[in-house]
Design a protein around this ligand. Structure first.
Ligand SMILES: *Cc1c(COP(=O)(O)O)cnc(C)c1O
Length: 232
């Protein structure tokens, strides 16, 4: 991919993020979503100031390591099967998709084997779309109180994937609801947690997410252009 095009796309995204926060919030951290893109397209991002990349599939992430981990802070943003946790312990800096107790137990177990404490976000399903992963909003505070007792992980905040729509009347209340839940969890200050991150906003809706107080946005196609169809 042309470097000039990458640079122009990044500049536009950064400008729009800054505008959308309106000076009300800090500009969210950009996690460039690199799934389906080859390393030769990903590595130039570094010179353009990108520090964080996200992948959604463990298999693909493993194929791209260690080049990714050498150059970037790596995020696992997609649904995670418990039996794959062991493959990402060394290289991933933040798991965005903790959404069930069995996965919490396995992250805790593997982290202890590796002698580390794994930073995680709890994935919420604000519109009740279980196929996208995430737990119901109502379950989140109780889950965090329990999961915070596991010594192998540190809960850093919340993540959400919004419905596939451009309709602001649908999205705005969902983003605002996430921000409210984030502040509630943060203010509860459950011992063992360090709640600083609210990961929400993708290529179609990052402006709205930034306007509503996201601290991290996960952006793929607005940087790289549309993805080829996914292989099953
Ligand atoms: C693919 C993906 C993104 C980025 O999607 P774009 O629409 O290309 O920006 C963000 N979050 C998750 C969980 C994803 O799987």
């Amino acid at each position: 991919m042309e470097r000039e095009l990458l640079a122009a796309n990044l500049e536009r995204v950064r400008l729009e993020l800054a505008e959308a926060t309106e000076g009300r919030w800090p500009v969210p951290r950009l996690v460039a979503v690199t799934k389906t893109h080859p390393l030769e397209d990903i590595l130039p991002l570094r010179e353009l100031g990108v520090t964080d990349v996200g992948e959604n599939r463990v298999q693909e992430l493993r194929e791209k390591l260690p080049a990714l981990a050498e150059n970037y802070t790596v995020h696992l943003i997609g649904q995670l099967q418990s039996n794959k946790v062991k493959y990402i312990m060394e290289s991933v800096s933040l798991i965005h998709s903790l959404d069930r107790w069995s996965l919490a137990r396995e992250i805790d177990r593997q982290a202890q084997i590796h002698g580390k404490r794994m930073p995680v976000l709890v994935q919420v399903s604000p519109a009740g779309e279980p196929q996208k992963g995430g737990m119901d909003t109502a379950e989140v505070p109780g889950f965090i109180r329990e999961a915070a007792k596991l010594p192998g992980m540190e809960i850093r905040g919340l993540m959400a994937v919004m419905p596939d729509t451009r309709d602001e009347d649908i999205l705005l209340p969902l983003f605002r609801g996430m921000r409210t839940l984030f502040e509630q969890i943060r203010d509860e200050a459950v011992p063992g947690t360090a709640i600083t991150e609210l990961s929400m906003g993708m290529s179609g809706d990052y402006r709205l997410a930034a306007r509503c107080g996201a601290t991290m946005v996960r952006i793929g196609s607005a940087i790289f252009g549309p993805r080829p169809p996914m292989h099953p």
